[in-house]
Design a protein around this ligand. Structure first.
Ligand code: HEC
Length: 150
């Protein structure tokens, strides 16, 4: 978002204060970090939406498949989200680049789990539970080793 604040406000009709806030956020982080965190947040959103579907707490069984397919697609993007040198001002740990093989294994595990989950999304949501459990383990495994603890 490299537009000057005033132009940005004029174009979007935002208040100056909002435009300043957006500009401040945009300048605090590298675009790749913003993008990575947004993709991860989307992954978190679909995972969070699937959980109550799979546990039968919300009546949206038909929506399990689009969430699972979105996760498979997003997992396919994860590989490109961590170019060398993109660790600053983020929660990405240096271990990502110091232990590339272990990190690659964590990515592979994630992709495999997300693909497997999407493949099972035609049946009853409850039957997705084991594959969903594997997916969440893949998230946690990577976060434990490669993401700063907050
Ligand atoms: C291969 C490693 C890896 C896998 C697998 C992974 N993550 Fe992440 N995740 C990260 C890293 C590293 C960050 C910190 C990124 C940053 O700050 O730039 C992160 C950040 C996040 C964030 C915070 C985004 C933000 O707004 O800053 C959420 C939410 C998240 N992950 C959810 C998930 C979920 C849910 C899964 C599994 C379905 C998952 N992640 C799988 C490595 C991974």
């Amino acid at each position: 978002m490299p537009l000057p604040v005033r132009l940005c406000a004029a174009v979007t009709g935002l208040t100056a204060a909002t435009a300043v806030a957006i500009a401040a956020v945009a300048h605090a982080k590298e675009p790749i970090v913003e993008y990575r965190q947004a993709v991860m947040a989307a992954i978190g959103g679909h995972t969070g939406a699937l959980k109550p579907i799979i546990t039968g707490k919300v009546p949206f069984a038909a929506e399990a498949k689009p969430h699972a397919e979105a996760l498979a697609a997003l997992a396919g993007m994860a590989n490109g989200l961590f170019p060398p040198g993109s660790g600053a001002e983020s929660d990405a740990l240096p271990a990502i680049w110091e232990k590339p093989e272990a990190f690659r294994a964590a990515l592979d595990r994630f992709r495999a789990a997300a693909t497997d989950l999407a493949r099972r999304a035609d049946g009853a949501p409850a039957d997705m539970a084991p594959a969903f459990g594997d997916l969440v383990k893949a998230c946690k495994g990577c976060h434990d080793d490669f993401r700063k603890k907050s």
